[in-house]
Ligand binder design. Structure first.
Ligand SMILES: CC(C)(COP(=O)(O)OP(=O)(O)OC[C@H]1O[C@@H](n2cnc3c(N)ncnc32)[C@H](O)[C@@H]1OP(=O)(O)O)[C@@H](O)C(=O)NCCC(=O)NCCS
Length: 161
């Protein structure tokens, strides 16, 4: 596997993040959406960078503060994508581990995400990394309309990647 560095996303990286987002057919955030997310202290936004400096993947999510309805601190993953040519070489796993490590440091108990019910590669990827299916949201996605699977990973403390 080539050497990959996982680093925080900065505003100057967003154009490349948008390219990977489009290539990976992820739920499309605008550049402004990413900029706003960068301002949040509880956002976790990481890029995977090859030795050449090229960004080949990213993950974006957020730690959700505890509320009256929740037990412990949760986190959500909104988008993870790896450039097509760089897939299946462990980069998605590296990004996810770094995300989970940040969650562990913040005392997160549960990490949640939604995934299209037909997205077998992503479902396989998440299951390979310990997530389990915990529910289904009917017609959650548009274009095309499709159910979402809700997936969860419980973090035992202290989490270490
Ligand atoms: C999902 C995604 C981020 C995985 O990234 P990746 O760098 O290819 O993943 P990894 O190389 O770390 O794969 C780790 C493991 O996940 C599983 N996995 C990954 N891709 C898979 C696929 N296409 N089919 C089945 N299992 C897969 C495998 O168990 C794999 O281990 P292996 O290669 O030793 O068999 C990438 O495929 C992607 O960007 N997909 C398009 C965007 C997307 O669907 N994002 C999720 C939206 S919710």
């Amino acid at each position: 596997m080539q050497q990959i560095r996982i680093r925080p996303i900065e505003a100057r990286h967003i154009a490349r993040i948008l390219e990977i987002q489009e290539e990976a057919r992820l739920s499309s955030w605008s550049a402004e959406g990413y900029i706003e997310e960068l301002r949040l202290p509880n956002a976790i936004m990481l890029r995977a960078e090859a030795e050449s400096g090229e960004i080949v993947g990213f993950i974006v999510g957020r730690i959700v503060p505890a509320s009256a309805d929740t037990v412990g601190i949760d986190a959500e993953i909104y988008n993870i994508g790896v450039a097509t040519a760089a897939r299946r070489s462990g980069i998605g796993t590296e990004l996810l581990k770094a995300f989970l490590s940040a969650c562990g440091q913040a005392g997160v108990s549960n990490v949640w995400l939604e995934v299209r019910a037909s997205n077998d590669p992503a479902i396989g990827f998440y299951q390979d990394n310990g997530f389990t299916i915990s529910g289904e949201r009917t017609n959650f996605y548009a274009d095309p309309t499709e159910n979402a699977l809700l997936m969860r990973l419980g973090l035992s403390r202290p989490y270490s990647a």
